[in-house]
Design a protein around this ligand. Structure first.
Ligand SMILES: NC(=O)c1ccc[n+]([C@@H]2O[C@H](COP(=O)([O-])OP(=O)(O)OC[C@H]3O[C@@H](n4cnc5c(N)ncnc54)[C@H](O)[C@@H]3O)[C@@H](O)[C@H]2O)c1
Length: 323
């Protein structure tokens, strides 16, 4: 990937203190100025060795505060909009905040970006949840499914789908160079939010039972954080990305949730037991991406296998537990 194309730029990352944003900026800081704009509801940045890097500016701000957001974004040439309410527990707890931050906040980011003089790219984040409960080899053109009103989980998918529509509308109507990425189950060192793989690794390392919501037959494909970051960098660099949405995931790491728990135990040589607890909400039964579009247009292909990814993730959390 031609990341050298991004040099000497002024990059504005909303949600830059989060899991994905804070990892991404590590790849950009040495040759660019980066501003992280985050309300610090979560903070993975504090763990990073490059927190305090001379090219890094940190602004504590909310994307719902348009005036502050616009001021902080001034003179930026690249926008990565990762800020969101994400993670199913947070979404179910706060569906109103989920919809206002993800919809109104994203509108603010796109509107502020439309006032920039030299904006080269705006990368927005959607989600694989837009494909609904049964997503088998879902393509970017597969129909989006939103689920029933009254089921809080779907407020996340609906709000993220609206971001996609909005990003595309700003491209189509106002010529903004927008791209949307749809991450599929990202995991790895530095994850601060919710996520089954993070929970299983932590439980295994602490010798606690691995707790599965539901019966464990749910199927997922797991994408290691470094692959996800490669996908975002491709979306920032490649001209072909503009005006498009891309599935970013690893279609080779497909496994049931029970299979995942068993694999974590085996790979980490843990003697923890597996427990089944009630599901908190409707669940996604099947979620496997088709990543052909990202491969052919962006040259993106996930490289990190599941067992390797589990080992790298465990090394990170093991060191934290020992701190
Ligand atoms: N991690 C995944 O598997 C996954 C899957 C699908 C989509 N996504 C999307 O990718 C993006 C990044 O995800 P992540 O895993 O890094 O999540 P994360 O929760 O770790 O990071 C999100 C960041 O946004 C910040 N934030 C929340 N509300 C804000 C607000 N009102 N104003 C400013 N900042 C705010 C949080 O403090 C946090 O640092 C999100 O848009 C998410 O919806 C992630």
């Amino acid at each position: 990937m031609d990341i050298d194309r991004i040099q000497g730029e002024t990059i504005f990352v909303t949600g830059g203190a989060g899991f994905i944003g804070s990892t991404l900026i590590g790849r950009l800081l040495d040759s660019n100025r980066v501003t992280v704009y985050d309300n610090f509801a979560r903070n993975a940045l504090q763990e990073k060795s490059y927190n305090g890097h001379p090219n890094l500016t940190v602004v504590q701000g909310d994307i719902l505060d348009y005036a502050k957001l616009r001021r902080a974004m001034k003179n930026s040439t690249y926008i990565v909009h990762a800020a969101a309410i994400a993670g199913i527990d947070s979404v179910i707890r706060s569906p109103v905040t989920t919809m206002s931050v993800n919809m109104v906040g994203s509108y603010h980011v796109l509107q502020a970006a439309s006032t920039l003089k030299n904006c080269k790219r705006i990368v927005c984040f959607s989600t694989s949840e837009v494909f609904g409960q049964l997503a088998f080899r879902s393509k970017e053109t597969s129909p989006a499914v939103m689920g029933a009103v009254g089921e809080a989980r779907w407020t996340y998918a609906v709000s993220k789908l609206s971001v996609e529509h909005l990003a595309y509308a700003y491209y189509k109507e106002l010529g903004l160079p927008t791209v949307t990425v749809r991450p599929f189950n990202v995991y790895g060192p530095g994850q601060v939010g919710e996520g089954a793989l993070r929970a299983f690794v932590l439980q295994a390392l602490r010798g606690e039972p691995l707790r599965i919501h539901g019966d464990g037959t749910q199927i997922r494909a797991w994408c290691y954080i470094d692959d996800m970051v490669d996908g975002i960098l491709c979306a920032m660099v490649k001209d072909e990305a503009v005006g498009q949405s891309f599935n970013i995931g690893n279609q080779k790491t497909v496994i049931t949730v029970y299979g995942l728990a068993s694999t974590v135990l085996r790979v980490l040589r843990s003697t923890s037991e597996i427990q089944f607890i009630g599901a908190d909400s409707v669940d996604i039964e099947l979620r496997i991406p088709n990543v052909e579009k990202a491969k052919s247009l962006l040259g993106f292909e996930a490289a990190v296998g599941l067992e390797e990814g589990i080992c790298r993730t465990a090394s990170f959390y093991r060191a934290k537990i020992q701190e």
